[in-house]
Ligand binder design. Structure first.
Ligand code: IMP
Length: 436
């Protein structure tokens, strides 16, 4: 049985929650390997919509162990709120396990995230203001507190006593206001003690759980948050998140070795979206963009911000397929394009009069890139009830085939609506590396 990684091939919000949920039936364990409550997964089952930020989507299945791995940054308040929300809807959360090594997002991280963004004024990254960057900064600086520290408030207090004076000075220098409570050591230690008591049964050595499930030959699913183009090293820096959404992140943040991974499923939408600042070569600021945003409900699950919308772009897509070693693709939200007379696909960039097929390594080059498009006739028909590729309108099939060709990997699942059942499944078995 394979270990599979699910990665976003764009700028996040590709619908990975639906992909994980669709595949979850076959797996024993779902591991979230990076990011924090900046992510948002929307899962629709019948009349129920679940919005999750931290808890892996597999929680909705009784047979799955949902794991929050060591590469994730955990805001305990969000996690407990999410547990309470799920419990109130009859979902059992007792199986959720959180790595003792995951780092904590504490109130001063959130205050710093907000203060930094305000200080950047016109150059904002457009973060979700959840404290993600500052928490990862402290992890790298070896100043962070980890989930295990929730179980030892006295040691947490000693560590905070070293950290908080520096944070107080930093917040003051950034011109922040209203942060007194965030740097009040006694208040934070009291919260840590309460969080620790609540989360104690969930805290575990998740690497051991992963490796034991692997040894039992169970199927494990590693769920990335955000997308390849928001990767700290490989995305459009500095307009990126502070972790590694790419498949390699599953090894560093999930507790699986690279050669234990059998399959990498990339997830993309039929068009592109981006939240926050940063280059977006195929961005649509016209009525078509508005129409896609409205039909596709392109509003952030975490921030409520309207997502920027654009045509699909083969340049970052090819790059993301390479970088992640993608063996198969799930294409989401094809139904959103129904009724658009003409669909465009960016196949290359023009930079200073030259055609460029590869994702520009330099952000200066990327800033000067314009799109070279291929145009495809659209389709009028509603496709939300289609369950087989052969039943799609011919123009929809042509567009899907073109996407598959530019991506260089097979599209094995196609989503034509938000429901778990609104999925076209093509002949497919988990692909081993090099089997293409
Ligand atoms: P941060 O992760 O909150 O630090 O935000 C950094 C960048 O990543 C910003 O442009 C955010 O809008 C973007 N971002 C973070 N999480 C998500 C997500 O789940 N979907 C889409 N964009 C995200």
């Amino acid at each position: 049985m394979p270990a599979s990684v699910i990665v976003g091939l764009q700028w996040g919000d590709e619908g990975k929650g639906k992909t994980t949920d669709f595949l979850a039936e076959q797996v024993s364990t779902v591991v979230r390997y990076q990011g924090g409550d900046n992510a948002g997964h929307t899962i629709v089952i019948g009349d129920d919509t679940f919005k999750l930020h931290l808890v892996p989507s597999g929680v909705l299945y009784g047979h799955i162990t949902p794991i929050i791995g060591p590469g994730v940054v955990v805001n305990p308040a969000t996690l407990i709120r999410e547990f309470d929300g799920l419990i109130s809807r009859g979902i059992d959360v007792s199986r959720v396990r959180v790595s003792h090594a995951a780092h904590l997002i504490l109130p001063h991280h959130i205050a710093l995230d907000k203060a930094r963004e305000s200080a950047l004024a016109g150059d904002k990254v457009g973060t979700t203001q959840r404290g993600i960057g500052p928490a990862y900064e402290d992890r790298a600086a070896r100043l962070g507190l980890r989930v295990e520290d929730l179980l030892d408030p006295a040691s947490a207090a000693a560590r905070l006593a070293r950290v908080l004076p520096e944070k107080r000075a930093l917040l003051a220098a950034l011109g922040a206001t209203d942060y007194a409570e965030a740097v009040d050591a006694d208040a934070v230690v009291a919260m840590i003690a309460t969080w620790g008591e609540r989360l104690r049964p969930h805290i575990a050595d998740t690497n051991d759980l992963v490796q034991r499930a692997y040894a039992r030959k169970e199927h494990l699913l590693f769920e990335g948050a955000q997308g390849a183009m928001l990767d700290l090293d490989h995305g459009s820096y500095p307009f990126v998140t502070s972790s590694h959404p790419i498949a390699g992140g599953a090894a560093t943040g999930g507790g699986i070795a690279p050669l234990q991974i059998d399959e990498v499923m990339g997830v993309m939408k039929a068009y592109a979206t981006r939240v926050g600042s940063g280059p977006f070569v195929t961005e649509l600021t016209d009525a078509i963009g508005e129409r896609i945003a409205v039909t596709g409900h392109e509003v952030g699950t975490t921030t409520g911000r309207r997502r920027r919308v654009g045509w699909n772009d083969a340049v970052p897509l090819r790059y993301a397929v390479e970088l992640n070693g993608v063996s198969s693709i799930m294409l989401n939200k094809l139904d959103v394009l129904s009724g658009i007379p003409e669909i465009r696909l960016c196949v290359a960039y023009e930079i200073d009069g030259r055609r460029v097929d590869r994702w520009p390594a330099s952000s200066a080059d990327l800033a000067r890139a314009t799109a070279i498009y291929e145009t495809f006739p659209g389709w009028e028909e509603e496709i939300t009830n289609v369950r087989a590729m052969a039943d799609l309108p011919v123009n929809a099939r042509r567009y899907v085939t073109a996407l598959e060709e530019v991506a260089g990997a097979p599209i094995v699942l196609l989503s034509v609506g938000p429901e778990r059942t609104q999925t076209i499944e093509r002949a497919w078995r988990p692909l081993r590396h090099g089997a293409r």
